[in-house]
Write a protein that binds this ligand. Structure first.
Ligand code: GDP
Ligand code: MG
Length: 268
């Protein structure tokens, strides 16, 4: 346990390491690979998740904790993913947690040097949850390359807050976690940018979402499932019919067992 040296004293962060026994809020860390998710995770929790560019990938989620303003936050580091729609194991782990794990807030870490490519995932996350903070990381690299990021315009266009960070130097992290706390607590209201479609599509999604809720009572994000069905996603259809979707949703509510260290596959 330790304190974050670069945090101003008015925002006292306490790294809680693996102590996530009694948490008030769950915060998920999502993002493309190599955007600095694990670096953010380590800085906030004091843990040592693998970071770096080598081809070793975290294939399960890692959990740790931090405390801020008397509240305990459980932070969940998800595998890197470019999309929530494809079938790879990494992407499924990230997608299932975001869809069904019901985090109180999701931080999407994006690379400031290639923002546009990263926005694909941000927009997908905004479709399934409205409690989102965009962490524009590697801002030091961006500056070096002469790239400027206008966080206000970004936040306005996305409808959720954006914070500029250089996680490796712990810059911007105190603002990141206070913004997360404000989104969780409702002090910052978000109104995420969503693809609306025309009236007929919206009606079809509404009607289908009701049927999904009947078929799988208590399933979070029935609207997202309905949109996938309308898009002809066979995997989602199969998972709904077989009951797998409901089982996955129930499983996401269970904590990761502590004796299970994160699985690291080298050379994949
Ligand atoms: N220059 C710079 N490098 C960073 C920053 N954050 C992370 N990195 C580096 O980027 C690489 C990928 O980081 P990592 O946390 O493993 O990314 P992840 O795949 O999203 O978990 C590592 O070499 C980090 O040291 C940052 O803010 N600035
Ligand atoms: Mg990582």
């Amino acid at each position: 346990m330790g304190d974050c040296g670069s945090c101003p004293s008015k925002i006292a962060l306490t790294q809680m390491g693996l102590d996530i026994s009694r948490w008030n809020h769950v915060v998920a860390l999502a993002g493309n690979p190599n955007t600095g998710k694990s670096t953010v995770f380590n800085a906030l929790t004091g843990l040592r998740q693998h970071t770096g560019n080598w081809p070793g990938k975290t294939v399960t989620r890692a959990e740790g904790g931090y405390r801020l303003g008397g509240k305990r936050f459980k932070l969940v580091d998800l595998p890197g993913t470019y999309s929530l729609l494809s079938a790879s194991q990494d992407e499924q782990i990230a997608r299932d947690f975001l869809l069904f794990g019901r985090p109180d807030c999701t931080i999407v870490v994006v690379d400031a040097t290639c923002l546009e490519r990263n926005l694909n995932l941000v927009l997908q996350v905004l479709e399934i949850t409205d409690k989102v903070v965009v962490c524009v990381n590697l801002i030091d690299e961006a500056k070096r390359k002469g790239i400027e990021v206008d966080r206000r315009t970004l936040a306005r266009d996305l409808g959720v807050p954006a914070v500029l960070t250089a996680a490796r130097r712990s810059e911007g992290l105190s603002e990141l976690i206070s913004t997360v706390a404000d989104v969780v607590g409702g002090e910052i209201a978000t109104s995420p940018h969503r693809v609306r479609g025309d009236g007929a599509i919206r009606q079809a999604v509404d009607e289908l979402a009701e049927l999904v809720e009947e078929a799988a009572p208590g399933l979070p994000n029935a609207r997202w499932v309905a949109m996938r069905l309308l898009d002809g996603d066979h995997r989602v259809r199969q998972a709904l019919l077989s009951g797998e979707l409901s089982q996955t949703a129930a499983r996401q509510q269970e904590p990761v067992r502590k004796e299970q260290p994160p699985v690291v596959l080298q050379g994949v």
